[in-house]
Design a protein around this ligand. Sequence first.
Ligand SMILES: Cc1ncc(COP(=O)(O)O)c(C=O)c1O
Length: 400
Amino acid sequence: MFDVQSIREDFPILEKGVIYLDSAASSLTPEQVVLKEMEFYREYRANVERGVHRFSRMASEEYEKAHEEIARFIGAPGVENLALLSNTTEGINLVANSLDWSKEDKIVNTVIEHHSNFITWLRVRQRHGTKLEVVRSTPEGFFDLADFEKAIDDSTKLVAVTHVSNVLGCIVPIKEICEIAHEHGAKMLVDGAQGVPHIHTDVMDSKVDFLAFSGHKMLGPTGSGGLYIAEAELASTEPLCIGGGTIADVSLDDYVLAVPPMKFEAGTPNIAQVIGLGEACRYLNRVGMDNVEKWDLKLANRLIEGLTEIEGVEVYGPKDPRQRVGLATFNIGDMNPHDVALTLDTEYNIAVRSGHHCALPLIKELFNLKEGNARASTYIYNTLEEIDALVSAVEEIARD
Ligand SMILES: Cc1ncc(COP(=O)(O)O)c(C=O)c1O
């Protein structure tokens, strides 16, 4: 049974009285995750996979258990398929730097991407002359699969698409796009930064080749995230950095990389953060991702319905909450969205984000908004009453 009030007890930061609606930027962290991180510092603070002393053994064991938990959480077949990195951005850059690009290759991307999954490909184009085709959506964030059929051809090496837009909240049909990519021998990379926290993820079902995600958006610590790498890509995928921890053997003339995932995790890793992310996955599993999805839909429903009914307020993204996650961007007349966010914070204790949300192509191409918009984004600890409080605050600001 999903009980938001008992979930809220796990987040003491909520006692400060702030209505936190900025989880798409970074979620809050439950006490269980904070304590698990502290356990590392207090009980077995040591490096991992290096020493034989007891602290090192304990830290390594917890670090490995976290790998297993996180891999299971996204449906990866094994820990070797999961490189634990700092965030989504690092995962996407790892893929961009690993693939062997030429002028003949094509990358297919979309207009709704976060900069992390956009400028990375612009840079590949600048460096290697690779072709880049950007598939456009409707202003709500809907795609016509026929546009992907047209854009993806036999020269396409990679299709890089987000699962959920951090501006429109829309859910992109990644499984269908992945099928088209694979028909042409292209690989499929999914930006899971907003998808993994909200939607049950199963990489074996979607059959994607790469999935990058951020732990800090799914109750985990900052500095935690991962990249799923499909079995067929494991041998050819190159680490972003190499060094201590990534090798099987080194001589004066040569080196042999370790087996995955170790070959991807160079240097001393984010040990406490990885252990914390493992705990965050355990927490989400206890809540149940089906409950997370159901609550998300309720919050999205209330949010979209409430905001769209206010005169003078424009809400972006799909009108049907079933086609989105609990995230809505909006503008109040021609008010600067930063002023809206500041007023919500200082006068109503409500935290939302404002600006272009690191998605300038979307903001410019689809809406031509100079200052962007304001964004309210929810997670499992938000209540319907909090959404109502936001809606009446926006109503008041719009009236004044
Ligand atoms: C859709 C999307 N992709 C990528 C990112 C980048 O995530 P990170 O900053 O954790 O690397 C974000 C962060 O807001 C995002 O929303």
